[in-house]
Write a protein of this length. Sequence first.
Length: 286
Amino acid sequence: MRSILKDRNRSGKEGAVAEAEDTINRRARGLDRAFEILDFLRLQRQPLRPNEIAQGIGAPRSSVYELVNLLIRQGIIEYRGDDGRVFLGRKLYFLGAAYAEQFDLMRESEHLLARIAEETRETAQMCQLEGNKYAVVLMNEGSRPFRISTNIGEPVAIPWTASGRLLVDHMSDEEILALIPQEDFVLPDGTRLEPSEFIAQVRNAKKEGYFTFNSIVDSFTHCFAVPVYDAEAICIATLCLVAPKEDGLRNRDAYLRVLIKGAGELSEKLGYRNDHAASMRTASGG
C-alpha cells in the first residue's frame, strides 16, 4: 500500500511538473507569436485586419485575434479607422524613445549624422544588421533637392549593400555563408554575385577600412560605408553616405574623410581602443 501511495505521489508530482512546463511553453509560443505580429505590421507599414495578419504570418486566426486583443489592451497596437484595422501603438514609440535615451550609439549617431549631412549636403545614414538582413536604423537627409527613397527598418539583402561588406567582417567564411540566404546573392538585376567574390570584397573592405560602390539597388546613386567598432573590435554599425553617382565619384575622397572621422570618434566612445582607431584618425586628417 505504501508503495502504491509513493507511486501515486510521484506520478502526481510528475504530472504537475509536466503541466507547468506545458503552460510555460504555451506562453513562450504566444510571446513569440505576439512579436511576429508586431514585426509583420512594422514591415507592412500599414494598418491591417487581424485576418490579414493571420494570413500573412501563417498563423491560426483564433490565436491572432486573441493576441491582437491582448496587445490592444496593453496599448502596444491600436485600432486605425472603423473597419477593424490595427497598427503599431503609441506605447511602442514611448518604449523606443526610452531605449534611444539610454543607448549611446543611437544618441551619438544622431548627432554625427546631422553633422555629416551638413558638411557634405548628402543623405547620411547609420545602418546595422537585422537578423540575416541589412537595415537603415537612422537617417538624416542632405540639404540638396536629391532624395533617397529608403525606409528606415526595411530589411535588404546583405550582398546588395555597401555596409554589408563591413557588417560581417568579423565572421569566418563559413559563418558568412551560413548567415546569408543563397537567394540573397541574386542581385536586383537578376545577375548572381558569387559568394566567393562577396567574401573577397568583405576581406578587402576590412583591410581598407571602408567600402564604396555604385548602388546595386538604385542605379543613380553612389554609396559609401565606414565601420563603427565596439570594444570587442566588432563592426556593430556603419556610417554611410548616399549621393548622386557623379557627385559621389567627384567628391569621393572628401566624403570618405568625413565618414572616417565620424566613425572613428564613435568607435572610440564605444570603447574601441587599438591601432586601427589611430589609423582612422590619421586617414581622416585628424
